[in-house]
Ligand binder design. Structure first.
Ligand code: DGL
Length: 266
């Protein structure tokens, strides 16, 4: 992708891969016409099973790239990058409005009928200090079943959501949640909404799901409005450090996206 001479102001969104498209969809619905630029760092995914220093370095490089593309608000559409790197982005760019994504612990407590809550997230998110603090703040008297899901984001990242191996993996994690008798499941990784249907099918009827994409979109909309930027409406632009075709397999049905996905080296 060629850098524009005077980049148009936009909201920059990133994730380790396609997961953040679940957040992008909510953003697009909340802010139709506002220029959105999305970067999937698929060549360096999964973040949730990498060293925290790697996630920090990638998040910094990608934020720098999105700023050069005109981003005036950054949405870290990744629970793992938020847990491990949002402090770094805020320290480097103190004036920049930044929105992160965190597992919906507080809404789960409010919604759970019997206080039995499962949290599906990457190993990196669940091992982070930031997650421990979040849980400590809101855990109340609920029973928490923390379920790291190694391999799941990576399998979703392949873009074939009806792949039998992926569906078997989803059933495996669902069986764990069923055994723990949870009534509410927090989708604590932005990749997981893409398998919400098979998960739902494998869990008792009435199990509630928590996905914070809409809350994140609301927060980004507030920060964008506060900047008072007047832009002509634009279509969203998608790019990836990995394979554009794998990304398109998710972006087409999920977003109705028919445009070109650029490959970028960041
Ligand atoms: N989608 C990311 C998250 O919300 C991370 C997936 C990964 O790369 O491990 O945590």
């Amino acid at each position: 992708m060629k850098p524009e001479s005077s980049p148009r102001p936009c909201i920059g969104v990133f994730d380790s891969g396609v997961g953040g498209l679940s957040v992008l969809r909510a953003l697009h619905a909340r802010l139709p016409g506002v220029p959105l630029r999305y970067l999937a760092d698929s060549a360096h995914a999964p973040y949730g099973e990498r060293d925290p220093a790697h996630v920090e370095a990638r998040s910094e490089a990608i934020t720098r790239h999105l700023l050069a593309q005109g981003a005036r608000v950054i949405v870290v559409a990744c629970n793992t990058a938020t847990a491990l790197a949002v402090h770094r982005i805020r320290a480097l760019w103190p004036e920049l409005p930044v929105v992160g994504v965190e597992p919906g612990i507080k809404p789960a407590v409010a919604l759970s009928p019997h206080g039995r809550i499962g949290v599906m997230a990457t190993p990196g998110t669940l091992a982070s200090v930031r997650f421990a603090e979040l849980l400590q703040r809101h855990r109340g008297n609920a029973h928490w079943h923390l379920l790291p899901c190694p391999g799941l984001a990576k399998a979703i990242e392949q873009g074939t959501l009806d792949d039998p191996a992926l569906l078997a993996m989803v059933r495996h994690f669902a069986a764990d949640l069923r055994d723990a008798k949870v009534d509410t499941v927090v989708l604590g990784c932005t990749h997981y909404p893409f398998v919400a249907d098979p998960l739902r099918a494998a869990l008792p009827e009435g199990t509630r799901f928590i996905d914070t994409a809409h809350a994140v979109a609301d927060r980004a909309a507030t920060l964008w409005a506060a900047l008072g930027i007047d832009v002509t409406p634009d279509a969203m632009r998608l790019s990836t450090t990995g394979d554009p075709e794998a990304m398109a397999r998710v972006a087409r049905p999920w977003l109705g996206f028919a445009g070109t996905i650029d490959h970028v080296d960041v």
